[in-house]
Write a protein that binds this ligand. Structure first.
Ligand SMILES: Cc1cc2nc3c(=O)[nH]c(=O)nc-3n(C[C@H](O)[C@H](O)[C@H](O)COP(=O)(O)OP(=O)(O)OC[C@H]3O[C@@H](n4cnc5c(N)ncnc54)[C@H](O)[C@@H]3O)c2cc1C
Length: 459
């Protein structure tokens, strides 16, 4: 009899796992159960001002290969687009300042552009330069991103550059995010070199002639990745609108329960957010407790459309970051129509305005109308907008950003151990565990599929 694997969750991690199972072992019976009516999870692209505009993720990094490889396998190469501008701004004491050249994840590697940018005070720029001369003071594992930057480069670099950037990618507070997991590039440079700046310069040395873009998007939005991936699965057994209510072990087999039925299977790939996984694994108490200890942050993303002529500030960049110290609700604004060539027309300006992060739930407490009004006031003030909002939409991403606290990797290893001993055949994948970006979720989907196939061989 053919073996059966159930994938729970149809975000990018679950779909990548499904595809990998199908490619590696076409003969096994694979079922995907997804709670919501549509697939894609946090990847969602919808129509806005006549264009396909992402409500969540709009790009993936190319420094790691997994998203690029998947796009290649799906024949999406010709749809890949890179941001039109590498400039960006940060708001400092109410004034927009261009980010200096030479930043790596917010860390300045060139001091002259940093001083000229006036993003930090001359003294703070000098303090950042001390990194070159300070002794090696690496404190060992479990350092936070903020801890690393503060000790090597001082508080202003941490608060005005690194936290706004890495904090907004994770909707987190970098003083509480594990450096090795949230910013591995920085952590590796700091661990391997006495000076962070030297380490980053070494890492970013490119062979002559290579200038691949750091980020890529898709012409029809990231939803194109989901649609193409799902299409590649053919007549697959994918059941949307089917929330799983629990998973348990019953005389050797795993049993996946939904509101309507119970399905027995040989292996499960659990690709829901960690807080959902905790609920589904209530019968495996230790793992469930550990899973529910992973904190999550929520974000509201308001997409706004204006007439380009009504925006006073030049839109010569991909967007702007707002440090916590500015005291605004807005945390970042992606100038979508300037960032992405395929969103651009001569008439409209489209902004994706983010609010909410770990420790700041003010925006999430507002009703849609109040939220739009509050963010509009802030953005119009900064960008000198004097005209009506043509169109807006609110996308609320509740508990969408897992916060990788220092030691998160050990927590995940402990959860995996719990599952091996009490729920053999169940494998986790997704943003809650080993990377929140799209490429990391794809890799986790692939790896969980391979682990499940190895497990099936033992039966
Ligand atoms: C606003 C925003 C912007 C982002 N921007 C970027 C970006 O630009 N680049 C980037 O790389 N990453 C970005 N990310 C992160 C990235 O999009 C996510 O981490 C990633 O898509 C998560 O994929 P996943 O499959 O792990 O989880 P999800 O997408 O959350 O999928 C999990 C699925 O499980 C389903 N589910 C939950 N409970 C059950 C249940 N009981 N039964 C059945 N199904 C269930 C859910 O409905 C969902 O479809 C962004 C995230 C957000 C929210």
């Amino acid at each position: 009899m053919s073996k059966k694997v159930i994938v729970v969750g149809g975000g990018i991690a679950g779909l990548a796992a499904f595809r990998q199972l199908q490619v590696q072992q076409p003969n096994i019976d694979v079922v995907l159960l997804e709670a919501s009516p549509q697939l894609g999870g946090k990847i969602r692209t919808t129509d806005f001002l006549g264009r396909q505009i992402d409500e969540g993720a709009d790009a993936f990094i190319t420094r790691v290969p997994w998203a690029l490889e998947l796009c290649d396998q799906l024949g999406l190469d010709s749809f890949l687009v890179s941001p039109a501008s590498s400039n960006a701004y940060v708001l400092i004491n109410g004034v927009l300042r261009k980010l200096p050249k030479g930043l790596v994840l917010g860390v300045p590697t060139k001091l002259l552009p940093l001083i000229r940018s006036r993003v930090v005070s001359p003294f703070a720029a000098l303090r950042a330069g001390f990194d070159r001369f300070l002794p090696d003071d690496w404190p060992g594992d479990d350092e936070s991103v903020g801890g690393l930057i503060r000790r090597r480069m001082g508080d202003q670099i941490a608060d005005r550059l690194v936290d706004p950037l890495i904090g907004s990618i994770n909707a987190g507070d970098t003083d509480h995010l594990d450096a090795a997991l949230a910013a591995p590039q920085l952590e590796t440079a700091a661990r391997r070199h006495r000076s962070l700046i030297s380490g980053l310069k070494e890492q970013t040395k490119k062979p002559a002639g290579t200038s691949a873009p750091v980020f890529l998007g898709l012409e029809l939005g990231m939803g194109q990745l989901i649609e193409t991936l799902v299409r590649s699965l053919g007549e697959a057994d994918i059941r949307t609108g089917t929330p799983v209510t629990g998973i348990n072990k019953n005389s050797g087999n795993l049993v996946v329960r939904t509101q309507q039925t119970s399905i027995e299977c040989d292996a499960v790939i659990l690709a829901t957010p960690a807080h959902q996984a905790a609920l589904l694994l209530a019968e495996c108490q230790t793992a469930a407790d550990r899973l529910s200890s992973i904190e999550h942050a929520s974000v509201a993303m308001v997409t706004m459309g204006f007439r380009q002529a009504d925006v006073g500030h030049p839109l010569d960049g991909s967007g702007m970051l707002i440090p916590r110290g500015e005291g605004l609700l807005t945390t970042a604004v992606s100038w979508g129509s300037s960032k992405w060539p395929h969103w651009t027309d001569t008439e409209h300006a489209i902004f994706r305005v983010s609010a909410g992060r770990a420790g700041d739930t003010r925006a999430l407490a507002l009703e849609d109308d109040e939220l739009v009004e509050a963010l509009l006031t802030e953005v119009a003030n900064i960008l000198d907008i004097n005209g009506d909002l043509l169109e807006w939409r609110v996308s609320r991403w509740i508990d969408a950003f897992p916060q990788y606290a220092p030691g998160h990797d050990r927590l995940v290893a402990a959860i995996e151990r719990d599952l091996r001993s009490e729920m053999g055949g169940l494998f986790l994948a997704g943003a809650g565990y080993k990377g929140i970006g799209i490429p990391a979720c794809i890799q986790q989907g692939n790896q969980s599929a391979e682990a499940a196939l190895d497990y099936l061989k033992t039966l």
